[in-house]
Ligand binder design. Structure first.
Ligand code: 4AZ
Length: 345
């Protein structure tokens, strides 16, 4: 916060104008009490060629509680797994909507028991980084782009969480044993095949123990038809406002409809070249409810005959909740054979 006591606001995409010279850091997450950027957990210092100056980040720091008005303009497997996957004990209970660009709501605890978080270890504590989805007692799926920046030893997988700032009952952390990237990740189109399978290390001889707050999601069948208009649930601790860099403290969830790929490939949306067969779009072309930064890697589950199946993994989008820029998801049904082959070794 550069010594300013009133908090900070993050601005993306060169809001203060593009910089010049080498780009030294790609992803960084600071606590706010560091004295230099170098103290923030981000080991990959060095010129980064993946970013453009049009993506430069800016931070606005506040004196005391002075804040300019928030901009609310939307423009700005095992047998056990098979039996219990996809069943939440708590029915999603809508609460009054609050003003958030992502448009989601705080999820009822236990309503998304498959939603896990990937955290990055800092010097004194860990930080939320991405979402992930439990699919068995040893395995989670996430977005490949979520686990490419750091060595696997710097990540922690947390299951059973709801309020990130307190230790919830039944919350557990695991170390990652292996990260399996999809072999065709980022081949061809940017973020193509954005899926990775994590195997966690057993903790005191046990994998993930399933409880009312911790359960796997079911995998869809390979032949699942992604019908436009199907309403599915996304969840995560990602950013809840386009203008706020802060992540949600409590798990958020929202319902979004699957969009026609044809509509998503229109030139005013993403055009024909950005979407591959392993992707699909969901959300609202008029803008509003959407996944956002920090949600990626997390689940989109769709209800089929009383079960929740993992149809999508939150992957990318231009901004959050912008008109004609819906969320893009990894199409899990296209990767069932790969997932099974990795799990079965
Ligand atoms: C992200 O940066 C991200 N609106 C995830 C999802 C969306 C945009 C960005 C979709 O992780």
């Amino acid at each position: 916060m550069l010594g300013f006591p009133g908090g900070a606001k993050l601005h993306k995409e060169a809001a203060f104008g593009p910089g010049k010279g080498p780009i030294w850091i790609n992803k960084i997450q600071c606590n706010g009490n560091e004295t230099t950027l170098k103290d923030c957990p981000a080991p990959n210092w060095g010129p980064s060629f993946e970013c453009k100056h049009s993506e430069d980040a800016g931070v606005e720091c506040y004196l005391d509680n002075y804040r300019p008005e928030e901009n609310t303009d939307p423009e700005s497997s095992t047998q056990q797994t098979l039996e219990i996957c996809g069943m939440a004990d708590v029915i999603f209970k809508p609460s009054p909507p609050v003003a958030k660009v992502s448009g989601g709501q705080t999820a009822a605890p236990g309503s998304q028991p498959w939603t896990a978080s990937i955290r990055v270890k800092g010097t004194t504590k860990s930080f939320h980084w991405c979402g992930a989805v439990i699919i068995s007692d040893r395995h989670l799926l996430t977005a490949a782009h979520c686990v490419e920046d750091y060595p696997k030893g710097l990540y922690i997988v947390r299951v059973g969480d709801w309020d990130q700032d307190v230790e919830d009952v039944g919350e557990k952390e695991f170390v990652i044993q292996t990260v399996n990237f999809h072999p065709d990740f980022n081949i061809g189109a940017y973020l193509s095949n954005d899926i990775a399978l994590l195997t966690i290390k057993r903790h005191s001889g046990r994998g993930i123990v399933f409880t009312d707050k911790v359960k796997p999601a079911c995998l869809p069948s390979e032949s699942t038809i992604y019908n436009p208009g199907t309403e599915c649930t996304i969840s995560g601790w990602g950013s809840i406002g386009q203008t706020s860099g802060g992540y949600a403290r409590k798990l958020q969830s929202a319902k979004v409809p699957i969009l026609k790929t044809e509509d998503c490939m229109k030139k005013q949306v993403y055009g024909p070249d950005k979407l591959t067969g392993g992707m699909f779009c969901a959300g609202f072309l008029e803008g509003g409810i959407d996944s956002c930064q920090g949600d990626s890697g997390g689940p989109m589950v769709c209800q089929t005959r009383e079960k929740n199946e993992l149809w999508g993994i939150i992957s990318w989008g231009y901004g959050c909740g912008r008109p004609n820029k819906p969320g893009v998801y990894t199409r899990v049904a296209s990767y069932i054979q790969w997932i099974k082959s990795v799990i079965e070794g």
